[in-house]
Ligand binder design. Structure first.
Ligand SMILES: Nc1ncnc2c1ncn2[C@@H]1O[C@H](COP(=O)(O)OP(=O)(O)OP(=O)(O)O)[C@@H](O)[C@H]1O
Ligand SMILES: Cc1cn([C@H]2C[C@H](O)[C@@H](COP(=O)(O)O)O2)c(=O)[nH]c1=O
Length: 212
């Protein structure tokens, strides 16, 4: 059975880039890795959520819990794929998982890491839906200004990556970062590790390798 590792952080923090670097390092050391990303763009629930964050689907985006349900349904639909990946690989790396819902939802509501909505996400996704619990959650701790600049320059160079409502809201990003720090400090759902902006991907890859 493989180890499940979720990489979390702000929009533009570099989660996808870090996931690819860690995958390469783990594979070079002989481990098999499967990388998945949430939301799963191109599938129903993820696309409904993405459209909502760009002004579509009526007033869905106004509801924090409504958005939480769409993201949670996306993960519930992916659960068989995650379990199959865990059965077939040494490591399954997730670019965002349930903690993204916890962090962004709490930030939108002005709650902390120990508030009502993070408890709701935990119970819904790991309780009611029975999603696999990560062996390790990683908070990629990048300053809000750096993440925002990366998201902006990516938008400038790639028209398909136009920033959504969350990405354009600097105050929301700052609050989300604070909630992520709280989730990591309190080991929300399972163990966490903080990966700093200057930390080498190899450090994280070695920590993941040590899990198995
Ligand atoms: N360590 C780094 N140094 C400099 N630039 C980086 C670094 N990591 C990522 N970037 C750049 O920042 C941008 C965002 O990176 P990436 O797509 O990996 O972020 P992300 O956290 O997955 O974003 P999102 O959650 O918004 O999809 C990309 O253009 C990427 O090339
Ligand atoms: C999975 C997930 C995502 N979000 C938010 C975070 C981002 O602002 C957007 C889109 O994600 P991407 O990484 O930029 O593609 O959705 C969320 O609030 N809850 C979630 O579960």
């Amino acid at each position: 059975m493989g180890r499940l590792v979720a990489i979390e952080g702000l929009d533009g923090a570099g989660k996808n880039t870090l996931t690819r670097a860690v995958t390469a390092r783990l594979e070079a050391s002989g481990r098999t890795v499967c990388a998945l990303a949430f939301p799963r763009y191109g599938t129903q629930f993820a696309d409904l959520a993405a459209e909502a964050l760009r002004g579509g689907n009526g007033d869905v985006a106004e509801s924090v819990y409504g958005m939480g349900l769409l993201f949670a349904f996306d993960r519930q639909a992916a659960a068989p794929d995650i379990r199959a990946a865990l059965a077939a690989h040494d490591v399954v790396l997730l670019d965002r998982y349930a903690a993204s819902s916890a962090a962004y939802s709490a930030a939108r509501l002005g709650e902390g890491a120990d508030g009502a909505v993070t408890a709701w996400v935990r119970e819904l996704e790991f309780g009611r839906f029975g999603l696999p619990v990560p062996d390790l959650q990683v908070y990629l701790d990048v300053p809000v200004t750096v993440a925002a600049e990366r998201a902006r320059s990516r938008e400038a160079s790639d028209a398909a990556r136009e920033r959504d409502a969350y990405e354009k809201d600097g105050d929301l990003q700052a609050r989300t970062g604070a909630v992520y720090a709280g989730l990591a400090a309190t080991e929300w759902v399972s163990p966490w590790r903080v990966h700093g902006v200057s930390d080498a991907p190899a450090l994280l890859a070695d920590a993941i390798a040590a899990l198995s």
